[in-house]
Design a protein around this ligand. Structure first.
Ligand SMILES: [Zn+2]
Length: 98
């Protein structure tokens, strides 16, 4: 997947992957029945959704980093316009880098 230079965009991408995983899980749960709660459709979609969830975390840990000091930024919905570590703006196009 394409990695953006801006960590804020990478975090949004990570959340899209995460909630895609939740959506797949909800869709897979619709195949559960009283008689056969662990049928192959549910199990398959459950495994696919867990792959999405795990991958979204790996993606965010690898890409949601300050372009200045490379340290990990908040993965929750805190404001990360400024790096909490070095206080520089996290926008890679900010004039502070020129
Ligand atoms: Zn920083």
């Amino acid at each position: 997947m394409k990695k953006f230079r801006d960590p804020r965009l990478n975090r949004i991408v990570g959340y899209v992957i995460l909630f895609s995983g939740f959506g797949i899980l909800a869709f897979g749960s619709s195949f559960r029945t009283e008689a056969d709660p662990y049928n192959w459709k549910f199990v398959l979609l459950f495994l696919v959704s867990m792959t999405f969830v795990v991958y979204s975390v790996i993606w965010m840990v690898k890409t949601v980093r300050c372009p200045h000091c490379k340290r990990l930024l908040h993965l929750k919905l805190y404001n990360i316009d400024y790096c909490p570590w070095c206080k520089y703006p996290t926008d890679p196009d900010d004039p502070v880098y020129r």
